[in-house]
Design a protein around this ligand. Structure first.
Ligand SMILES: NC(=O)C1=CN([C@@H]2O[C@H](COP(=O)(O)OP(=O)(O)OC[C@H]3O[C@@H](n4cnc5c(N)ncnc54)[C@H](O)[C@@H]3O)[C@@H](O)[C@H]2O)C=CC1
Ligand SMILES: O=C(O)C1=NCCCC1
Length: 315
């Protein structure tokens, strides 16, 4: 009989994960994913089960990394929330298994993992694609992802100015007090993004919140929300003008409304740029369409597990 699984919850996951350790592991994972070698990464497109009555979806995100001996799955429920709702938009749990025996080794809070790994992947896109000497960062949205992106981007880069916009003034005020660092609140999305070198869209919107006509030529956009085929954050002008990158080409062409409804082509996966098989067009306007991948959760969960064992004296 296998040992019962250990449970690692939010506070401990927060203590065990930091962007500086996560970023190189995620770069390695994205590169492996894009090589499409099934002994490195086996990751089907996520199953998204509609929760019609509640306006949401349950995503199931299994991943097997045979060479690294990592087997995991994430259960993530995500919802379209109305303005003023106090319910969370995303809730997640990551399960880590032993690939040889099939037993569950650990059950982890997946919200911190989702927040941190998504922001770390956006930071990787910016490292590869933002213009040299980028000075101004704009964030559209003030929820969980906005906060994790603020943390990861301010720890990884040195922007001279960070701006934030949300659909509600209270959202902006809450964001400013919770990040506790330098940030300027803006009263419109246009005001936030005009002249910005890097723009992060981290909203629950299903309609475009960022218009191409506001975006400076050569800027980099990391688009994190709108992860359903009929949801948008970016307009057609931006999607058609920009060179579009994605975490997974298959994910982007099947799940992203911004890609599907604009008819834009995905030029490359981030992993292809990391592997040197596709170019990083820093000189052009670029969009990184993030959908989120199981392999990102797998390496993050393995890192948490290894750190937990080391702390508990189990290695
Ligand atoms: N690409 C990826 O890997 C991941 C994507 N997501 C997506 O990222 C987005 C943000 O997630 P969280 O920060 O966890 O959600 P959250 O609920 O904590 O924050 C959402 C933010 O978007 C704003 N918003 C919602 N509807 C809007 C609208 N119509 N117009 C303008 N702003 C609007 C809210 O006011 C809030 O500031 C969601 O779409 C979520 O599904 C979440 C996790 C991973
Ligand atoms: O990768 C994830 O995790 C998610 N992606 C899109 C929607 C919410 C969660």
């Amino acid at each position: 009989m296998a040992e019962p699984p250990i449970v690692i919850w939010e506070r401990e996951v927060t203590q065990l994960l930091c962007p500086a350790d996560l970023i190189p592991r995620l770069e390695d994972a994205l590169g492996k994913f894009s090589r499409r070698d099934e002994t490195e990464v086996l990751q089907p497109l996520r199953t998204a089960l509609p929760l019609q009555k509640h306006g949401g979806f349950m995503g199931l995100m299994p991943t097997y990394m045979e060479k690294d001996g990592v087997l995991s799955t994430k259960f993530v429920c995500f919802y379209k929330r109305e303005e003023g709702s106090t319910l969370p938009a995303v809730q997640a749990t990551v399960v880590l298994l032993d690939p040889e025996f099939g037993n569950v080794k650990a059950v982890m809070d997946g919200e911190v993992i989702t927040a941190m790994r998504t922001a770390a992947v956006s930071a990787i896109s910016a490292k590869l694609l933002m213009p040299p000497q980028a000075e101004v960062l704009a964030i559209l949205g003030t929820g969980k992802q906005a906060i994790s992106h603020y943390r990861v981007f301010t720890e990884t880069f040195s922007f001279k100015e960070v701006r934030v916009w949300s659909r509600s003034k209270q959202g902006v005020a809450r964001f400013i007090s919770s990040v506790g660092g330098p940030v300027q609140g803006c009263s419109s999305a246009e005001e936030a993004v005009r002249g910005a070198d890097v723009i992060l869209t981290v909203t629950g919107s299903t309609e475009p919140v960022l218009l191409g006509q506001w975006v400076k030529a050569g800027a980099h956009v990391a688009a994190v929300g709108a992860c359903r085929p009929d949801w948008r954050e970016l307009d057609d002008v931006l999607m058609k003008e920009a060179v579009v990158y994605a975490d997974s080409r298959e994910g982007a062409t099947l799940e992203s409304g911004d890609v599907i409804l604009s008819g834009a082509e995905v030029f490359a996966e981030l992993g292809e740029v990391i592997n040197g098989t596709k170019a990083a067009h820093r000189e052009k306007t670029t969009v990184f369409k993030s959908l989120g991948m199981g392999v990102e959760d797998a390496v993050s969960a393995q890192l948490v597990f290894d750190r937990w064992k080391a702390k508990a004296g189990k290695v």
